[in-house]
Design a protein. Structure first.
Length: 367
């Protein structure tokens, strides 16, 4: 049976519907939309995009982010490039994060090709944090959480200078790339040379140092740079690069490597040539496998970095910002937030603070 209402009743009902609609819109705006502030108990959407999941370094980031997501009430989406350098997959993952209305993105960029998509995300209100590598330019993201790669290189350079004890250094430089310039490559390479006490006149690229002269680190001495060879950061690349440089000069006694997979490849080439006991290999990463190489005497020293810490701090920062909290700040004197680095060696040198392989085993990643 139909119900007839007075004009006053009709107005009251209309007002009630208007109030309900306003409340519903308010509730949606507290959680929906990248730029809207989330409530203290609202779930926050975050996407973590790593370079590749074939590297345990980036897997450790995913593991840390997943653990922190539960604590911070974050709905985490994981994405990755199919291989190192795959920017297309990363671009698609950024587009997906924007479409979902995520509050933020954590990304280890595979290259500058992702910069335009990152700019779109930031314009849409997402807070974007780079992990591991400072992008070019640094302000293409809101902030970066990363190892100070120059400082890490400097640590192993100082250790090498002290270990040489004034002897001549015949040096092989096993870098990352030869066809592109990325900060992690130049910073580690040039930090090592600075720690050793060799001047680098052009900070924009590798290989600008004098090919021979005197190093000033430790007791100082003479040096020769046999050459720079790219490894792609891979074991097979390290082996072939070492073979190439040994063919140029079989008297190499110091090998700098961009990372521990490349270091192990170099060791294999040296062992095949019967020279593994005559050469000091240094590297950077501090993964559990690399720490094992230090323990076994394959690597003389490495610099440990902390990818899990990068992911955890990034996750916490986005969750905090999404709920109206303060934004993180860069480390004084740097254009990123440094998550730290420590020298790892079982051959401690006077004046250099270091961890033993046993100590570093409790803080390594990729177990």
């Amino acid at each position: 049976m139909p119900i007839h209402m007075t004009r006053r009743a009709k107005l009251a009902v209309a007002a009630s519907f208007a109030t309900i609609a306003a409340l519903s819109l308010s509730a949606c705006s507290s959680t929906g939309g990248a730029g809207a502030t989330a409530g203290p108990n609202d779930e926050v959407g975050v996407t973590l995009i790593v370079k590749t999941t074939t590297n345990p370094y980036f897997v450790s980031m995913e593991d840390a982010a997943q653990a922190d997501a539960k604590k911070a009430n974050v709905k985490l989406t994981l994405a990755a490039g199919k291989k190192d350098g795959d920017t297309d997959s990363q671009i698609q993952a950024i587009e997906n994060a924007i479409s979902r209305g995520d509050k933020g993105i954590l990304i280890t960029p595979n290259g500058s090709a992702v910069n335009n998509e990152i700019a779109k995300a930031r314009k849409a209100g997402l807070y974007v944090i780079a992990l591991d590598t400072v992008p070019d330019p640094a302000d293409s993201v809101d902030i970066t959480f990363a190892t100070d790669n120059f400082a890490a290189g400097e640590l192993i350079g100082k250790w090498t200078a002290a270990k040489l004890d004034g002897k001549k250094a015949t040096i092989a430089m096993l870098d990352l790339f030869s066809d592109q310039i990325v900060s992690v490559d130049t910073n580690r390479d040039q930090g090592f040379l600075k720690g050793l006490g060799i001047e680098v006149p052009d900070k924009s690229k590798n290989g600008s140092e004098a090919k021979s002269g005197s190093y000033t680190g430790g007791k100082g001495g003479e040096y020769t740079i046999v050459g720079h060879q790219a490894t792609q950061g891979a074991e097979d690349g390290g082996r072939s690069a070492m073979e190439t440089l040994l063919s140029k000069n079989p008297d190499i006694n110091v090998v700098y490597t961009i990372n521990e997979p490349a270091a192990y490849g170099a060791y294999q080439a040296l062992k095949a040539a019967g020279k593994e006991k005559d050469v000091t290999i240094v590297s950077i990463d501090g993964g559990c496998t690399g720490v094992g190489y230090v323990k076994d005497g394959i690597i003389g020293a490495t610099a440990q970095q902390y990818p899990s810490k990068m992911a955890s701090l990034g996750m916490e920062a986005i969750a905090k910002i999404a709920r109206g909290g303060e934004k993180p700040k860069t480390t004084d004197g740097l254009d990123f937030f440094s998550t730290g680095q420590k020298l790892v060696t079982d051959q401690a040198q006077t004046g250099l603070e270091s961890l033993t392989s046993a100590d570093a085993g409790s803080t390594c990643w990729g177990k």
